[in-house]
Write a protein that binds this ligand. Sequence first.
Ligand code: SAM
Length: 237
Amino acid sequence: MAAMSSLLAVLDAADAHPVAVTLRARSYELLGDLTDLTDRTVVDVGCGGGRAVAELAERGARAVGVDRDPEMIGVARERWPTGEFHVGDACELPLETGSVAGYRADKVLHALADPERAVAEARRVLAPGGRAVLLGQDWDTLAIDSDEPETTRRLVRTKADSLPSPRVARRYRNLLLDAGFTDPVVEVHTLVLTDDTALGLLHRMTDEESWLAEQAERARTNRIFVAVPMFLVAAQG
Ligand SMILES: C[S@@+](CC[C@H](N)C(=O)[O-])C[C@H]1O[C@@H](n2cnc3c(N)ncnc32)[C@H](O)[C@@H]1O
């Protein structure tokens, strides 16, 4: 429960960042013409607290959120009572073959040992001509200003190595092509964090106190700087 609350707090803070707002809006555009998506099913896989489901529903889609964590789904249902949310795995979606017009997974595939299976599952549930949008960070490309660059490099690498698929974002295009998707569109938007949002992210990256103390001092004196390139790839199923 504590881990989920801390993840949600970081996600909520990052979600409010202007680049994150633009990025989500762009991810919805890349799902396809929203007039075509009206009343059609769009699935947000690894939906977390459910914000994208609510935003897609506002745009007229029948948005469905799926997350493997029942506590996350509980939070999503509480936050967005009219939304449709299901507990389920990205590799075995609770959806019929060919039943969705759009598939979206935001900051999710790095958590999967076998992201190929999730992308194959995306292709299974998409109707012909439907679109998939993958979005997320590459955990080896965080840029963090620090007086201890060697320690920083080690901590970034340790965090990346703790994840099942830390570099999957740079593979999104190839994963989609290998699964039979066509016409990929690739964009990279950089999230630049210069406030306490950065500190929240760094606390999820490491518990090394002296390094975090320097970052806290940077935040206090307006000198914290974390840049996170976000990879956004869309393709047609
Ligand atoms: C970093 S959060 C991102 C949440 C949301 N997409 C967002 O952008 O705010 C990753 C989410 O993916 C979910 N997740 C991880 N592995 C999953 C899997 N195999 N199937 C479905 N959801 C998964 C987690 O429970 C978590 O809610």
